[in-house]
Design a protein around this ligand. Structure first.
Ligand code: ADP
Ligand code: MG
Length: 341
């Protein structure tokens, strides 16, 4: 999203230096997020990308109050998001909704889609102190409207989740989220379980809803191609840390972190000749005991001595756009190289 100079938009979501640790029996805790900071403006579409295990889902859970946060803070529109969300959520957090990889995670198999959406509408009204009841025709009308907005056919309201295809079921889960009148949706791998045609359609639906209704969107995927096609800004994670954040143009045209370049090199080229040579060697280390210095150095083709001892922090790189930052000693010292190096 472009923000006019001199008129910064206050962030809707503010994540500051968040640390998340999962307890492990007989082992030190698994530090899945090791100090992550992120701001998302109203209506902004942010793609969050990184290999499996880098902490994307943990970040989604921290944002929505479902992770064991050990340090730092998360605020949504000024409301602190609790450390553990098992207890009743603050009604102020209703406009922060999550969409999961598996739509069944948010749908009840034994109730029709229409009934489930009406339930959310009624809960929202109640949280806002309004008294519209389940039998109010306006409630049913609103549920039908939510289903129409996600592109489900007339009659979808009377169907059960199992009667839909995977793509339709994810649309229904999105319609349920819309019934809360969200100002932000955190979508964790929302298309990863869908077949190829449904993937693009559901990703585009989320982006269009965000654009048309000004809903901020954090779209999480392990696939940079998916994220790059729809985001304004991309956040690249590695082993529980953010290693680069940049506009989508910069990610495609002037990626700075060697890890971002490796992810980019793995994106299949459109002419169908397969992906470019795989640039990323080695295994992802255990985030519970990350390498010293830069976490990426054992796999990095550019590592210098300093990378083995000192951990870099996110800083604006030379020549980068104002909102772009990279955590890499080499990139912070160098002019940007072109993609595909
Ligand atoms: P991603 O979504 O990027 O694949 P996750 O956030 O799911 O990554 O996981 C980050 C790290 O935390 C991984 O090493 C994973 O094994 C670990 N992890 C995730 N959930 C738990 C949990 N409940 N208990 C212990 N470790 C966990
Ligand atoms: Mg995940």
């Amino acid at each position: 999203m472009s923000v006019p100079a001199g008129h910064p938009v206050a962030p809707l979501l503010r994540v500051e230096d968040v640390v998340v640790e999962y307890p492990r029996k007989g082992l030190p805790p698994m530090r899945a997020l090791a100090g992550v900071g992120l701001e998302i403006a109203p209506g902004e579409v942010v793609g969050i990308v990184g290999e499996s295990g880098c902490g994307k889902s943990t970040l989604a859970r921290a944002i929505t109050g479902l992770a064991p946060v050990r340090g730092g803070s998360v605020t949504f529109d000024g409301t602190p998001v609790g450390a553990m969300g098992r207890r009743r959520r603050d009604p102020g957090l209703l406009p922060l909704q999550m969409v999961f990889q598996d739509p069944n995670a948010s749908l009840n198999p034994r109730r029709t889609i229409g009934a489930q959406i009406q339930e959310v509408v009624v809960a929202r009204e109640r949280a806002q102190g309004a008294g519209r009841g389940r039998r109010d025709p306006e409630t049913a009308r609103e549920a039908a409207d939510a289903l129409r907005r996600v592109g489900l056919p007339e009659g979808a309201a009377d169907k059960y989740p199992h009667e839909f295809s995977g793509g339709q079921r994810q649309r229904a889960a999105i319609a349920r989220a819309l019934a809360s009148h969200p100002r932000m949706i955190v979508a964790d791998e929302p298309v990863s379980a869908l077949d190829a045609s449904a993937q693009a359609a559901v990703a585009n639906l989320l982006r269009d809803l965000s654009r048309e209704e000004g809903i901020a969107l954090a779209f999480i995927s392990h696939d940079l191609a998916v994220v790059g096609a729809l985001a304004d800004r991309v956040v690249v994670m590695y082993l529980g840390r953010i290693v680069e954040t940049a506009t989508v143009e910069e990610i495609w045209n002037a990626p700075r972190h060697p890890y971002t370049r490796a992810l980019l090199a793995a994106v299949p080229v459109p002419d169908g000749s397969g992906s470019r040579p795989e640039a990323l060697a080695g295994e992802v280390p255990d985030p519970g005991s990350p390498p010293p210095g830069c976490r990426f150095h054992p796999r990095c083709p550019l590592a210098v001595d300093r990378c083995r001892t000192d951990e870099p922090v996110l800083l604006r790189a030379p020549g980068a756009a104002s909102e772009s930052e990279v955590a890499c000693w080499v990139a912070q010292a160098a002019e940007p190289a072109s993609a595909g190096v």
